[in-house]
Design a protein around this ligand. Structure first.
Ligand SMILES: O=C(O)CCC(=O)C(=O)O
Ligand SMILES: [Fe+2]
Length: 320
């Protein structure tokens, strides 16, 4: 069900999504709080709901991360991954003894410094700090080795924050993306649509019984009716794509085989003025670990309070 246009449902928003965002941006620029380049980036993000940085993450950092990803099998039991090879078992702890080049891994920032160096890169943290007004907290990360063929959605339906709109994400290309491999695609300016509400009146898709096909069709039709352009992101290694909480996006349908590599890292972040919705239900997962004074991370998969000098182990209850 759609809320009436302009009905904010009493939800807090990022300043970049507020009606006076352009005014606030001009003021911040006048006061010297943002550079000219940052001002251009923020204007784009405010108006379009997304932003692309070409060649933003140095190749050495991407290469170190990819090396670690290809060595995950050397740490059996330390990583959580999808189990798409066994349909019906969505997630599991990885005990692979050989490299797995098919599944997606969760929250690698917990155990891999190379993941933190990429997803909490100083330039990324600076931009998100401007958008959030606080340092960013990474709270859910998916490392894709191939497209998972996600249908049309807004992340507010699947990545729940206590304040649903205090959310942004980055998509970082760890290789050049081939056309037809399920490239990320999105509807320009779709963050401005009225709120889509599920049966309980929230923006969270219920875990069971949701009419997923109806939801996808409703979003697609709304974007098309509003004349919002559909873009495919043919990323090169090191490119970064940012999107705001409600940008409508998907994995573009595959024309190549489903195991075609598309190594990419998605991280969802919130400001420190809110917290993940799952903090309500998993008190033992409420630890937020700071990172080099410019950001932090939390995880539904790992209990950071249990982390010792070595690697943390994911908790199976979260993988059920
Ligand atoms: O990488 C993709 O194709 C889509 C990923 C996505 O929508 C997400 O992780 O929120
Ligand atoms: Fe998404």
């Amino acid at each position: 069900m759609w809320a009436a246009p302009g009905d904010g449902r009493g939800m807090r928003t990022l300043w970049t999504d507020a009606p006076d965002a352009m005014f606030r941006l001009a003021k911040a620029f006048r006061e010297g709080l943002v550079s000219e380049e940052e001002c251009d980036d923020l204007r784009h993000f405010i108006e379009r709901g997304w932003l692309i940085w070409r060649n933003a993450i140095p190749a050495a950092l991407v290469d170190a991360f990819v090396r670690d990803i290809h060595g995950l099998h050397r740490h059996p039991g330390k990583f959580a991954r999808t189990d798409h090879a066994n349909p019906g078992k969505p997630n599991r702890t990885a005990h692979d003894r050989a490299p797995n080049r098919y599944e997606s891994f969760f929250d690698l920032y917990v155990n891999l410094a190379s993941s933190r160096a990429v997803c909490l890169h100083p330039r990324i943290c600076r931009f998100l700090s401007l958008v959030f007004g606080t340092p960013p907290i990474a709270m859910q990360q998916l490392l894709f080795q191939r497209s998972n063929a996600h249908g049309v959605h807004q992340d507010t339906s699947v990545v729940a924050v206590e304040d649903p709109l205090l959310l942004a994400a980055s998509w970082i290309a760890l290789q050049d993306v081939t056309e037809g491999s399920g490239e990320l695609a999105f509807y320009d300016r779709s963050h401005t649509l009225p709120h889509f509400l599920f049966a309980d009146g929230s923006k969270r898709m219920p875990r069971t019984g949701a009419d997923r096909a109806g939801y996808e069709a409703a979003l697609r039709e709304a974007c098309e009716r509003a004349g919002m352009e559909y873009h495919r992101f043919l990323a090169k290694k090191g490119d970064v794509f940012f999107w705001s909480a409600d940008l409508v996006h998907r994995s573009h349908p595959l024309s190549l085989p489903p195991d075609t590599p598309r190594l990419s890292c998605v991280t969802h972040y919130h400001p420190t003025t809110t917290q993940p919705f799952w903090f309500r239900f998993h008190p033992e997962h409420r630890t937020v670990r700071g990172f080099e004074g410019r950001g932090g991370y939390a995880s539904a998969y790992y209990r950071l309070s249990d982390e010792t000098d070595g690697m943390a182990s994911p908790y199976s209850s979260e993988l059920a």
